[in-house]
Design a protein around this ligand. Structure first.
Ligand code: SF4
Length: 277
């Protein structure tokens, strides 16, 4: 039996951990970019970003003032027994984490009236039923500078490989310097419009060097990395050959009449943390 108090405590801890400690794979990618960056301004900015990570971790302060909309992926084992209301346990954990961690509360209760809920809730929760009896919780605090650069392209079904690549590159070009590059690009291909957007966001929870689980999309991700890093956007938009830290593609079947391609960009401060109960 998984207790709702344990769920809330876990979510609280994950919110704080994700906001204070940059993921090790992201730190590694930033360090590797620093070695390869050819622009001195770019190298300087990458060093500052890495210093920011150390300060946040050592002084236990958030990596960025935008501590995000809290996205939670809950993989619920079909044989898991959960005591209490799972959604409210997750939201209680988010509220406690943002209070205890002194994280900025950024959620407004109504998109037009815009009154802050003061708890950073509701979280955006995506439930998946999976085999087994565990509950895996992944917290992804998503800053809106990068979320605002999300794109959905409903391509012609015969558009083909190059059109998909060009659409994703277009999204990166349009983001330009606005969302604190270098970026990690989450891509969802297939499904319906909503599922493609879900996959694009979920792709950001995979390791930065994941690329894809399918060979043709691994090839596409590598090509996008090479082309994206030639756009000369560079660290924080100051130019250089580090525009992308990673491109992760998830895909699924789709309809004969469509080819949905969703892009969810993350800034260099790609934060997530997970735990299984
Ligand atoms: S895009 Fe990322 S680094 Fe920039 S302000 Fe938003 S959360 Fe912070």
């Amino acid at each position: 039996m998984i207790n709702s108090k344990t769920i809330s405590r876990t979510v609280k801890d994950l919110c704080i951990e994700a906001n204070l400690k940059l993921r090790p794979d992201v730190v590694k990618a930033l360090k590797s970019s620093l070695r390869k960056e050819t622009s001195s301004k770019g190298r300087n900015l990458l060093s500052i970003l890495l210093e920011n990570c150390s300060i946040a971790k050592n002084e236990r302060i958030p990596l960025c003032q935008d501590t995000g909309m809290t996205v939670v992926f809950a993989d619920v084992g079909q044989d898991a027994r959960i005591q209490g209301d799972l959604t409210s346990a997750i939201n209680k954990g988010v509220a406690a984490g943002y209070k205890q961690g002194f994280l900025r509360k950024s959620i407004v209760a109504d998109p037009l009236i815009r009154k802050n809920t003061e708890t950073n809730t509701p979280a955006m929760i995506y439930y998946d039923i999976v085999p087994g009896k565990k509950l895996k919780l992944t917290v992804l605090p998503k800053g809106f500078g990068s979320e605002n650069k999300s794109k959905l392209y409903m391509l012609n079904p015969t558009a083909g490989y190059d059109a998909v690549v060009n659409s994703i590159l277009k999204a990166v070009k349009e983001a330009g310097p606005d969302a604190c590059p270098p970026y990690v690009v989450g891509v969802g291909i297939g499904g319906d419009a909503a599922k493609a957007c879900y996959l694009a966001k979920k792709a950001l929870t995979k390791p930065v060097n994941f690329l894809s689980d399918k060979p043709h999309f691994r090839k596409m991700a590598k090509e996008l990395l090479a082309k994206g890093n030639k756009l000369n956007i560079g660290p924080l938009g100051a130019g250089g050959n580090t525009t992308l830290l990673g491109v992760n593609i998830l895909s699924m079947p789709t309809h004969i009449a469509g080819l949905p391609v969703a892009v969810n960009i993350s800034c260099h401060s790609l934060r997530s943390a997970h735990k299984s109960l």
